[in-house]
Design a protein around this ligand. Structure first.
Ligand SMILES: [Zn+2]
Length: 106
């Protein structure tokens, strides 16, 4: 993670290892803050489904970063990093969908 980000919902810092999501037009938000914010609105089944799959990918990204650090050879590190970037792209697609549903509920 480059630099430090603030959560657009609670104003707190987003620390390395914490799960966060980018919402377009809003910025980075803690995943916990997003869930709390959505709970205070009308939590649709669409949003529950999206948050669920988002959680899985965010968890995977953190695990991949840990595995990359743990791996011994540069070759294996770069394979893990490459796959992690693919997962980040997928997470980006889900956060776009979350942004759409989030704005509808706002
Ligand atoms: Zn927050």
């Amino acid at each position: 993670m480059a630099g430090k980000w603030k959560c657009a919902l609670c104003g707190g810092e987003i620390v390395e290892g914490q799960r966060f999501t980018f919402l377009s037009g809003l910025g980075a938000v803690h995943n916990e803050c997003l869930i709390v914010s959505v709970l205070s609105k009308d939590l649709t089944r669409d949003m529950v489904a999206l948050l669920d799959v988002n959680e899985v990918l965010l968890y995977a990204i953190i695990r991949f970063k840990e595995a990359e650090k743990a791996a011994e050879t540069g070759e294996v590190k770069s394979v893990i990093a490459e796959i992690r970037r693919d997962i980040e792209k997928l997470a980006g697609r889900i956060s776009n969908a979350i942004t759409v549903v989030f704005k509808q509920a706002a």
